[in-house]
Design a protein around this ligand. Structure first.
Ligand code: AMP
Length: 507
């Protein structure tokens, strides 16, 4: 249970040894107006990208930070008077509850050089190597287990001994290039350079998303960088464009835009953003996420026909599979009905690493609607099947509600491999499709049929995007050492232990 006191007042839970994947939502704003209200509104719109921790930092000659473990309203509240300034950053962190404390919540600031704050989304795959090198070469020990602290040091390294005010724009972009040359993995980052402006950059392959928006105010143009365009709508910002893989953009203190480094490499944009993670109203790689999901559902129709299945209704697993189910229903000319409903708080259920805790989350969240499904052959669509616990439970729910047959359809191919770039996927042993054939998978889930999206179909539908499909294909876009995999496995085990239902969590 959460403490009644605000998380930033209670201090930390527990800090772990390794770095942790950061599947997050990030936002940075440079404006002629105070930014805290807009940062808060934007964070609400990004809450689906992280429900574990939240934070805001603003700058008005000094940094003002509020952050902690919990949802945005719990952590930030509504009183923003203590967050003055017209430049700032905001962050929500994804479902690694128990693995981190308030000390690891973002944004983070760096004392030297003074005036640097950062948020990021992704996972630095050579974290330990860089952390050890930092300690050895500069006698600097990290205060947190967070990638972003390492990135702050990497960015600031070329500026040691210099005043930030003396830096030229080219010095700032050179520092980003130097960071990109040594920091491996996935990262989209936004930084406040005190007195110099707002800097945003992506890793060379652009694995995680980052977009630029702008808004005309009576006092001039305001700029925002964010994980998803979805938060621009409530803020009144227009989506200008996505940053290219490897690109860095600086909004300087006079409000001028500078850019560098675009298109150095072919990208490897995470396909899971389209499948599950992003909000359906976001535009990514030039297309609406909702539309991509609808097309994925339409493509499933061929497999349903090939398998000779004759569903009477299509049901989605709330909420991420809605558009895929709508696409399938369209293609099969069937009714798309609300045979499953999500109950409880209107937040995305986050599924922690511990299997029992995960199952409980799904049990608490979903109910079948017997009047709609009883006696009917139901094609139920989810965005993905990972361990299969969700699919097994949902199948049972629909059967108990009287469905005549349950066909379980995944709008993505079988997940077979771990993600090294920030999506929280289990070890290979826990992944359902690993080492099991279709008959065994079907027997585990207990459905009358189980179908997956075809990998070739998925790749074809993303042919306009240079994508990363590694969790399906095992084809990773960066070099990954045995040490990286060991660190990821160690961290995951630790989190699994910490999120076990009976685990004691120090407050
Ligand atoms: P599983 O029970 O492990 O098969 O989980 C699949 C379910 O979890 C699907 O309903 C997805 O919507 C959801 N899901 C997929 N990937 C993730 C992820 N990385 N983190 C949390 N939930 C996920």
């Amino acid at each position: 249970m959460r403490s009644l006191a605000a998380p930033w007042q209670t201090g930390c839970w527990l800090t772990v040894r390794g770095n942790k994947p950061n599947m997050c939502g990030i936002l940075g704003i440079f404006s002629p107006e105070p930014v805290a209200p807009a940062l808060l509104t934007g964070l609400h719109a990004l809450q689906h990208r992280g429900q574990d921790a939240a934070g805001i930092v603003t700058w008005d000659g000094q940094f003002h930070t509020r952050k902690g473990v919990g949802l945005v309203p719990e952590v930030i509240g509504t009183d923003l008077e203590e967050l003055p300034g017209s430049i700032g950053l905001a962050h929500v962190r994804y479902a690694t509850q128990g693995s981190m404390g308030a000390v690891d919540a973002q944004p983070l600031t760096l004392a030297w050089p003074p005036g640097l704050a950062m948020v990021h989304n992704g996972n630095v795959t050579n974290f330990k190597v860089l952390r050890d090198a930092l300690r050895q070469n500069t006698q600097t020990s990290l205060q947190t287990a967070n990638d972003v602290e390492l990135m702050l040091h990497a960015l600031a390294a070329p500026w040691r001994g210099q005043s930030m005010q003396r830096l030229q724009v080219v010095d700032i972009f050179d520092a980003v290039s130097a960071l990109q040359a040594q920091v491996e993995g996935a990262y989209s980052a936004i930084a406040v350079l005190a007195g110099r402006g707002l800097l945003a950059f992506r890793d060379r392959l652009g694995i995680r998303p980052l977009v630029l928006g702008q808004r005309q105010t009576s006092a001039g143009i305001a700029y925002a960088f964010a994980s998803e365009s979805t938060c621009f709508t409530p803020l009144g910002y227009d989506l200008v464009r996505e940053l290219a893989p490897g690109e860095a953009v600086l909004v300087d203190s006079a409000g001028q835009l500078h850019r560098s480094g675009a298109g150095a490499d072919r990208g490897a944009f995470c396909a899971f953003e389209f499948i599950y993670f992003a909000s359906p109203d976001a535009t990514m790689n030039g297309t609406s996420v909702a539309e991509r999901r609808r097309q994925a559902g339409q493509r499933l129709a061929r497999q349903v026909r090939q398998a000779g299945l004759q569903p009477e209704v299509v049901v989605d697993v709330p909420n991420s599979a809605w558009h895929a189910a709508a696409g399938l229903a369209d293609a099969l000319n069937l009714p798309h009905i609300q045979g499953l409903i999500a109950v409880g708080p209107p937040v995305r259920s986050f599924l922690g690493p511990h299997p029992t805790a995960r199952l409980r989350t799904v049990q608490d969240k979903l109910q079948a609607v017997p009047d709609l499904v009883a006696g009917r052959r139901v094609a139920v669509v989810d965005d993905s099947i990972v361990r299969g616990t969700t699919a097994k439970y949902i199948t049972r729910l629909l059967q108990d509600a009287g469905a005549a047959a349950v066909y379980f359809l995944a709008a993505s191919p079988p997940v077979l491999h771990r993600c090294a770039y920030g999506i929280d996927l289990p070890t290979r042993q826990e992944i359902l499709a690993n080492g099991r054939n279709r008959v065994q998978i079907q027997a585990f889930i207990g459905a009358d049929a189980v179908l997956y999206q075809d990998l070739a179909d998925l790749q074809a539908s993303h042919s306009d995007v240079a994508g990363c499909f590694a969790c399906f294909s095992g084809d990773y876009p960066t070099e990954l050492s045995a040490q990286t995999w060991a660190a990821l496995a160690e961290d995951r085990q630790l989190r699994q232990d910490l999120t076990a239902p009976n685990a004691e969590r120090p407050l």
